[in-house]
Design a protein around this ligand. Structure first.
Ligand code: THU
Length: 134
């Protein structure tokens, strides 16, 4: 899903909506993520599991790969919102933190008891390794 938005509440709404499409028959743990790009585009994704469990893909990485395919000229991440109806707040896993880092993610937004918490990315993945280090 790709659309345009400007505020963090609608970004979280996009993540919430994406969680509804999660394919999680094994864990039953539904996750949605929505990325806001520097250019103002929103790209959402859900987790997609597989009978070969290790092939499962997280919502955040699905949102990021959608961004890469959909907007080759607008691939810098301002913010990513993550939502799960199963747990709150739902933080990104370690692999997804590194994946988001690749695209310069500046902020992570999670929901806590229906209010939003915003974290600078440096707090989420301190002293990280990225494309600038190569
Ligand atoms: N999951 C995500 O989609 N994002 C996260 O950051 C944490 C975990 C998914 C993967 C798997 O489908 C399910 O949640 C349970 O781990």
């Amino acid at each position: 899903m790709t659309e345009r938005t400007s505020n963090v509440d609608s970004l979280m709404n996009a993540a919430r909506e994406a969680a509804q499409t999660a394919y999680a028959p094994y864990s039953k743990f539904l996750v949605g993520a929505a990325i806001l790009t520097e250019g103002g585009a929103v790209h959402a994704g859900c987790n997609v599991e597989n009978a070969s469990y290790g092939l499962s893909i997280c919502a955040e990485r699905n949102a990021a790969t959608t961004m890469v395919s959909a907007s080759p000229d607008d691939r810098r991440i301002k913010s990513v919102a993550i939502f799960s109806p199963n747990t709150s707040p739902c933080f990104p896993c370690g692999a997804c933190r590194q994946f988001l880092r690749e695209f310069g993610c500046e902020e992570v937004v999670v929901e806590d008891a229906s209010s939003l918490r915003r974290y600078p990315f440096e707090e989420i993945l301190p002293n990280s390794f990225g494309p600038e280090d190569l």
